[in-house]
Design a protein around this ligand. Structure first.
Ligand code: ZN
Ligand code: ZN
Ligand code: FE
Length: 756
C-alpha cells in the first residue's frame, strides 16, 4: 500500500443546498474510505477531503459529473491543503460566510415518497406532508439563506425523535431534508365547511357533491371543483367573475390525464417531471364540462404535485371523489393568489364552500407554471413554481442590478456577476394588491440571492407602474431604461447563450410596447445586440383609438385596419356589424381628425382585427383571447392555394410592412363565405411569409434571426415561421426557458443594462 496522501479543499457553487448535496458528498467519500468533512456556508458547499490522489481525482469527477438529481453545479473550486491525517468523514453544520449560494425551487412529490405515502406499513402512510432531500417545498418556505430548517416556516415544527434520527443520519434519504416531518411532529390538516369528520374525507365529499373547495397548495390557495360537473364549473366562473379564460385541471396521475387529453412522450415527461407545470395539451377522449375552457381545443393539465393533492384524489379504499379537478388560483380575477391563511378565509369567503388547509406557512406566493409544447419543444407561457428562482447565466459580468420587468405578466429579476435570478410570476400591475406583491417579491428575491442592487432597470414606458416603482424606490441609485422590444430580443439572445458582441435580426411581435417616437410598437424588425438596436422595419401604423377600449373590442381594430387600407365600412363585414352605429360615427371622426388616436404597429392588434373581420371574436374578456381562439380555429385548416401578402417597402427607412393587401383579401374571402378557419390558416401563413421576406431583405450574412414577444406564444405561427426560416437557411433563436411574453422581459432588461 502506498502511503502517499493528499488533502484537498473544494468549494462547490450553484444550487447545492436543500438538494441532498452533503449526504451525496458523505456517501461518495465513504465509498472510497476518504476522510474529511463537508459543510454549507453561504457561498455553497465546502468540502475538505483526504486520501490517495487517484481517489481524490475520482471524487472530484463525481462532484462535477454525477451530483444529486436536483443539484445544479455551477462551479467547483479546488485547492491543495496540508494533510491532517485522521479517519472518518464528518458532516458539519452550516456557517454563514461571505458569498452566496442558490435556493432550490419547490419540487413535486418524488416516487420514493409517493411509495411511502401509499404503503400501509410505512410510518408516513397517508402523511400529507411527506418529503425528502429530493422533493418538497423549498422556495416558498425559505425566509433567508443559508437554507436550514430554522430559516424556513418548518421552524414552527420541532422534529420528533424519529424524524430527528433520520435527519441526522447521513445514510438516510432524509438526511438534512429541512422540511422533514411525520404525523407525530409535522404540520396538521384542517377543514372548514359543510360536513365533518376527517379533513380529507370531508373535502372530497364536498367536491363530489359539486361544491367549491379552497385548498392550500405549495405556493398559495387553489379553488377546486369537479371538472366534469358543469354546474359546479359554471358556478366557480360566476363567483370568480371570470369570463371565458380557461381553467387548468388537475389529474391524479398520467393515466387519468390521458383520458382527457392527448399526451405524447414529451408531454408525459413534462407532466411527471420534478417541476410539474400546467401543460397545454389538445383535448381528447372523455369530455369535461364545456365551461372549463370555452371555445378552446386545448386543455391546461397538471398532475397532483403534493402528497396533499394525491390524498385529496384518494388512495385505494377511499370513497370515490372526482377524477379530474378544476384547479385555478385562489383569487378573484386580476388579484394576486391568496397564500396567507387568514387572508384566504377572508378574500375567498364568497368564492369557496369549504377550506382545506394546513399550518405550514407559505412565506412567498408562487403560481403554477404554464408550458406549451411546440414541435416537441418547451415554449413557456408562465415561468413560476418549480422554476423560480433557478438562475440564468449572463454572457458578461454585471454589477448588482434589479430589473423591474413590464406591467403585464410581471416578473422581476436581480443579477450580479454572471447570473440573473428571475422571480416567480407576479401578475398584472394594475391593482394595488399586485403592486404590494411586487414589493414583497422583490425583497424576498434579494434576501434569497444576497444581491443588493446598485442600479435599477425599467421599461422606457413613462406610464408603467413598474417604471414608476423603480423611480420611487431607487433612492440615489441610477435607473436605466430599456426599450420594450429591444429587451424582448435581448432576452431571447441571452437565453440562447449569445455573446456580448453578437447581433441578430430580431423579430419582436407583441401587443403593446412603448416606442421612442410616441407610437405603440408591437411589430418590430430590429437589428439588435445587447447594447442597442436599430429599427429596420415595422408593421405599418394604424390608428388606435382610445387605448384600452380598443384592446377589449377587436372590432375597433378591424375598423382601424379597414380605414387604414381605404376599405369602406360596409355593414355586411362582420366586424362592422359588430360595432354599434354610434360608436362607428365616433371612430370615423377620430380616425379622420386623429383626435384621441395613437399610431400603432402592434401585431397583437392586427390579430384582433383579422379575427374580428373573419367573424371569430369581436369582444374579449381576457388578454389575447381573439388571437388564441383564432389560432385554435386555424390549426389544421388547409389554406388552399390562395396566398395573402403583406407589402414590404424597402425604399423607406424604417421599412413599413403594410397589412392593407391582407386586410382586403380577408374581407373578400369572408364575403364569399370562405370559412374563418381557412382565412385563419391563410393569415398565419402570410404573417410567417412576411417574416421570411423581411429576413431575406434585412438579415446579416450570418443569417441569425431571433423571435420574441407575446405573439410568438401562438404555436401555429411560431412553428410555421421557424420552419420557413430554417428551410431558407436561417438560424432561428426562440425561447425555451423563458416565456416570449413580458414574463421574460426582465431578463432582457438585465442583459441590455449589462452591455452598457
Ligand atoms: Zn421525496
Ligand atoms: Zn416526526
Ligand atoms: Fe411585450
Amino acid at each position: 500500500m502506498t502511503a502517499e496522501r493528499a488533502r484537498r479543499r473544494f468549494v462547490v457553487r450553484g444550487v447545492v443546498q436543500g438538494v441532498g448535496f452533503r449526504p451525496f458528498v458523505y456517501t461518495t467519500a465513504a465509498e472510497s474510505a476518504l476522510s474529511g468533512r463537508v459543510s454549507n456556508d453561504s457561498s455553497g458547499v465546502v468540502i475538505e477531503v483526504e486520501g490517495a490522489p487517484a481517489d481524490l481525482d475520482e471524487f472530484e469527477r463525481r462532484l462535477r459529473c454525477a451530483p444529486p438529481p436536483l443539484a445544479v453545479v455551477e462551479s467547483v473550486e479546488r485547492a491543495e491543503i496540508p494533510v491532517r491525517g485522521g479517519t472518518g468523514f464528518e458532516i458539519a453544520g452550516t456557517t454563514r460566510g461571505g458569498g452566496r449560494t442558490l435556493a432550490s425551487p419547490d419540487i413535486a412529490l418524488c416516487a420514493d415518497c409517493e411509495a411511502e405515502l401509499r404503503d400501509p406499513a410505512d410510518r408516513r402512510y397517508r402523511h400529507p406532508f411527506v418529503n425528502c432531500t429530493n422533493c418538497g417545498p423549498r422556495f416558498t418556505i425559505i425566509a433567508a439563506l443559508p437554507y436550514d430548517r430554522a430559516r424556513t416556516s418548518m421552524a414552527d415544527f420541532p422534529m420528533c425523535d424519529r424524524c430527528a434520527r433520520e435527519y441526522h443520519d447521513p445514510t438516510d434519504r432524509r438526511f438534512h431534508a429541512q422540511p422533514i416531518a411525520c404525523s407525530d411532529c409535522g404540520p396538521r390538516l384542517f377543514y372548514a365547511g359543510p360536513g365533518g369528520g376527517a379533513p380529507l374525507a370531508a373535502a372530497r365529499e364536498l367536491l363530489r357533491a359539486g361544491g367549491i373547495l379552497a385548498v392550500k397548495g405549495v405556493g398559495g390557495y387553489h379553488l377546486a371543483c369537479d371538472a366534469a360537473d358543469a354546474v359546479a364549473v359554471a358556478e366557480l366562473r360566476r363567483r370568480k367573475r371570470r369570463g371565458d379564460k380557461p381553467f387548468a385541471v388537475m389529474a391524479p396521475d398520467l393515466a387519468a390525464a390521458r383520458e382527457i387529453a392527448s399526451v405524447d412522450a414529451a408531454a408525459a415527461a413534462l407532466l411527471t417531471g420534478p417541476q410539474r407545470p400546467i401543460v397545454l395539451l389538445p383535448r381528447a377522449g372523455r369530455p369535461l364540462a364545456e365551461a372549463v375552457a370555452p371555445h378552446n381545443p386545448d386543455l391546461g393539465v397538471l398532475l397532483a404535485y403534493t402528497p396533499l393533492h394525491t390524498l385529496l384524489f384518494g388512495l385505494p379504499g377511499d370513497p370515490v371523489g372526482p377524477n379530474v379537478l378544476v384547479m385555478t388560483s385562489g383569487n378573484r380575477s386580476g388579484e394576486p393568489i391568496c397564500f396567507d391563511d387568514a387572508d384566504a378565509r377572508d378574500r375567498l369567503a364568497e368564492l369557496a364552500d369549504g377550506w382545506l388547509w394546513h399550518d405550514r406557512r407559505i412565506l412567498v406566493p408562487c403560481d403554477d407554471s404554464v408550458i406549451r409544447l411546440v414541435d416537441g419543444v418547451e415554449s413557456p407561457v408562465r415561468r413560476s413554481r418549480g422554476y423560480a428562482p433557478m438562475p440564468l447565466a449572463l454572457p458578461a459580468p454585471i454589477p448588482p442590478t434589479l430589473a423591474v420587468g413590464a406591467d403585464l405578466k410581471n416578473v422581476c429579476a436581480v443579477a450580479d456577476g454572471r447570473y440573473a435570478w428571475l422571480s416567480q410570476h407576479v401578475g398584472d400591475m394594475d391593482d394595488l394588491a399586485t403592486l404590494r406583491a411586487f414589493g414583497a417579491t422583490e425583497r424576498h428575491l434579494e434576501e434569497l440571492t444576497g444581491v443588493s442592487p446598485t442600479q435599477l432597470v425599467a421599461d422606457t414606458h413613462p406610464g408603467y407602474r413598474s417604471t414608476e416603482w423603480a423611480r420611487r424606490h431607487a433612492g440615489n441609485r441610477p435607473v436605466r431604461t430599456v426599450q420594450h422590444h429591444h429587451a424582448h430580443i435581448a432576452a431571447v439572445m441571452g437565453e440562447n447563450g449569445l455573446g456580448v458582441t453578437d447581433t441578430v435580426l430580431g423579430i419582436a411581435f407583441d401587443g403593446t410596447g412603448f416606442g421612442p417616437d410616441g407610437a405603440i410598437w408591437g411589430g418590430e424588425i430590429l437589428a439588435a445586440g445587447y447594447k442597442g438596436y436599430r429599427r429596420l422595419a415595422h408593421l405599418a401604423y394604424v390608428p388606435l383609438a382610445g387605448g384600452d377600449v380598443s384592446v377589449h373590442r377587436p372590432y375597433r381594430m378591424a375598423l382601424a385596419h379597414l380605414w387604414a387600407a381605404g376599405i369602406d365600412w360596409a355593414p355586411d363585414i362582420a366586424a362592422v356589424a359588430a360595432c354599434p352605429e354610434a360608436e362607428r360615427a365616433v371612430l370615423a371622426h377620430q380616425f379622420t381628425s386623429g383626435l384621441g388616436c395613437v399610431p400603432t404597429s402592434s401585431v397583437g392588434r392586427l390579430f384582433d382585427a383579422v379575427a374580428s373581420l373573419a367573424g371569430v371574436c369581436h369582444i374579449v374578456d381576457y388578454e389575447a383571447q381573439a388571437a388564441i381562439e383564432f389560432e385554435a380555429l386555424s390549426r389544421g385548416a388547409d389554406p388552399g392555394d390562395t396566398t395573402y401578402r403583406f407589402a414590404l417597402d424597402t425604399g423607406v427607412d424604417p421599412a413599413p410592412i403594410d397589412p392593407a393587401p391582407v386586410i382586403a383579401a380577408v374581407v373578400a374571402d369572408a364575403a364569399t363565405g370562405i370559412p374563418a378557419a381557412t382565412i385563419g390558416a391563410r393569415f398565419h401563413a402570410a404573417l410567417a411569409r412576411s417574416v421570411l421576406e423581411t429576413a431575406l431583405a434585412f438579415a446579416a450574412p450570418d443569417r441569425i434571426v431571433a423571435l420574441s414577444g407575446g405573439v410568438f406564444q401562438n404555436a401555429l405561427l411560431l412553428s410555421t415561421t421557424r420552419q420557413l426560416l430554417r428551410d431558407h437557411g436561417f438560424t432561428v433563436l426562440t425561447h425555451r426557458r423563458l416565456p416570449p411574453n413580458d414574463g421574460g422581459l426582465a431578463f432582457g432588461q438585465v442583459l441590455a443594462a449589462a452591455a452598457g
